[in-house]
Design a protein around this ligand. Structure first.
Ligand SMILES: Cc1cc2nc3c(=O)[nH]c(=O)nc-3n(C[C@H](O)[C@H](O)[C@H](O)COP(=O)(O)O)c2cc1C
Ligand code: SF4
Length: 514
């Protein structure tokens, strides 16, 4: 295993296999050194948080270590709900040991009492992997009496927001606390007399700690760029030939990630737009040579975020993309701050209106723009800030696709689904995106799945190998099947011949939906 790299070629089979590969016992090394010295080493490494904001890890740890309240906890954020990101779950599948060692080192440095890993209840593979790894660490005597609790959480995007994550650990809904209560000031099970500050770091951030402790901050800094040291776990998904999680030195260019690592778009297609999760302005192909590090991405007018890039090729409609992003953020907003839910609803409904929804008005384009921009006011968290950055960037960058003057668009272009990645299908080499998001309502309930009521075989030729089978579908089934086919990487051809067309027209006149 190369120094400071996190992902082995195949998942570590045991803690011993991990120790053999990395060649050091970082937790033991850390416990033999004073906390202040370790803090200096982490600061020297230049490590920045991999959860999205890129906050300097050494500074965050020092705040906790110096906090007047002696009751402190440490929390791994493995909620991973950003659309287009799968790196934390990949890391937990391949190398849960580095994450857990990082957590144990944090416990030593900040003097933490409770240790937690927040992970979605639906991430069953990762929970099983973590549970076994914790048992192994206990058997190896590395826990030294401390207990690591794995806390299964809900599906919501906000579960990963750090103040909401603490709420979930306390047994509540994933609703962000007020902004003046950051985790390093008010942590877990606080009382008026004891704020119990908590250290919350992303899973990948923790995973970088053991090698920094074992090999030194200077050595870590030699990888990556001046503003983003070390390696980075990049998730590349969408319209590319080889979607996946790729570990590269921070600062590799977007072109190397999209074209070299992920194979670029399908033959005959070109990259049209790239999203950095749903958290930053859209990236256009002219920016493909931007190094994927925190500062360069900002200079290019976007952000690195959690290094999850979703690629869209030139077959995609950008108004449809804006519609999907607005819908996702509107639905996921928790409605604690009025402007957030209201502004994102305005943007979402206006973009639906552009495609002829009953909410349609003449000024839909402008309502979408101003709705999104008005969302971040008195906001408890950054979700509306993300919407205010990304939605207008799509509207403005691709304004010509909205027509001149801004008009209403035919609803025939294929809708896009923006949702969390729920798994990686290794056999087909594709990410599976949570299809249930299409039915999720702004109150976080789910609309009933449209029932595919009518699939009736109307003619079955004897030799099915040579002739097509003709089936009659209910009209609401066609978009559903098209979406399923698309997510499976296939194309669904709906053929309507003359006889069928005549029959359909008669059926429509009769009001028959089958
Ligand atoms: C809506 C929203 C969702 C977030 N989801 C995640 C997440 O799934 N995982 C994560 O590590 N950070 C997430 N964050 C960022 C966290 O709030 C926090 O900044 C991060 O866990 C800090 O860790 P780091 O310093 O190691 O980056 C999210 C933030 C917002 C506003
Ligand atoms: S800003 Fe939006 S998502 Fe965040 S807490 Fe307020 S309403 Fe909820």
């Amino acid at each position: 295993m190369r120094e400071h790299w996190l992902l082995p070629d195949s998942p570590y089979r045991s803690y011993d296999a991990y120790l053999d590969a990395v060649g050091s016992r970082a937790v033991e090394v850390a416990r033999g050194r004073p906390a202040a010295q370790l803090l200096e080493e982490i600061k020297k490494s230049g490590l920045r948080g991999r959860g999205g904001a890129g906050f300097p890890t050494g500074t965050k740890w020092a705040t906790l270590a110096n906090h007047p309240c002696r009751i402190r906890d440490a929390v791994v954020n493995a909620a991973e709900g950003e659309p287009g990101t799968f790196k934390d779950r990949w890391l937990l599948r391949y190398n849960p040991y580095a994450v857990l060692e990082g957590l144990l080192i944090a416990a030593h440095v900040i003097g933490a009492r409770g240790l937690y890993v927040g992970v979605k209840a639906s991430s069953t593979t990762e929970i099983a992997r973590l549970t076994k790894a914790i048992e192994e660490l206990a058997a190896a005597g590395v826990l030294a009496g401390s207990e690591i609790r794995v806390v299964p959480g809900p599906e919501e995007y906000l579960f990963g927001e750090e103040k909401a994550l603490l709420e979930v650990i306390e047994g509540n809904e994933p609703l962000p606390r007020e902004p003046h209560y950051p985790p390093y000031e008010k942590g877990l099970f606080a009382t008026p007399f004891s704020p119990n500050p908590a250290l919350v770091n992303n899973a990948e951030t923790f995973a970088h700690i053991p090698s920094i402790v074992a090999r030194g901050g200077e050595s870590f800094r030699r990888l990556g760029t001046a503003n983003t040291s070390g390696t980075c776990l990049y998730t590349i998904s969408g319209d590319v030939l080889r979607p996946g999680v790729y570990e590269r030195e921070a600062g590799v260019t977007l072109r190397e990630l999209v074209h070299d690592a992920a194979g670029g778009p399908r033959e005959g297609r070109q990259v049209k737009a790239i999203l950095s999760g749903v958290a930053a302005p859209v990236i256009t192909p002219s920016r493909l040579d931007t190094p994927a590090d925190f500062a360069s991405m900002e200079m290019a007018g976007s952000a690195l975020g959690s290094a999850g890039f979703i690629v869209f090729d030139d077959s995609r409609s950008m108004p449809r993309l804006a519609q999907a992003v607005a819908r996702f953020l509107y639905v996921e907003s928790c409605n604690q701050c009025t402007a957030c839910k209201h502004g994102l609803r305005t943007a979402s409904e206006a973009l639906d209106g552009i495609f002829g929804a009953p909410t349609s008005r003449a000024d839909d384009y402008l309502r979408a723009l101003y709705g999104a921009r008005s969302a971040p006011q008195a906001n408890r968290c950054y979700l509306p800030v993300e919407g205010a950055a990304l939605i207008p960037s799509l509207l403005e960058t691709f304004e010509q696709e909205f027509g001149t003057p801004h008009g209403h668009l035919a609803s025939s272009s294929e809708p896009i689904l923006i949702a969390q990645i729920c798994d990686f299908d290794a056999e087909r080499g594709v990410f599976l995106v949570d299809q249930r998001q299409a039915r999720k309502q702004p109150d976080w309930s789910y609309a009933e799945e449209p029932r595919p009521s009518a699939i009736r075989v109307v003619s079955t030729p004897r030799d099915v190998d040579r002739a097509p089978v003709v089936v009659r579908l209910s009209s609401d089934l066609v978009p559903l099947l098209s979406e399923r086919a698309r997510s499976a990487g296939r194309t669904l051809d709906v053929l309507v011949n003359d006889a069928m067309r005549e029959w359909l027209e008669q059926a429509a006149e009769r009001g028959d939906r089958d």
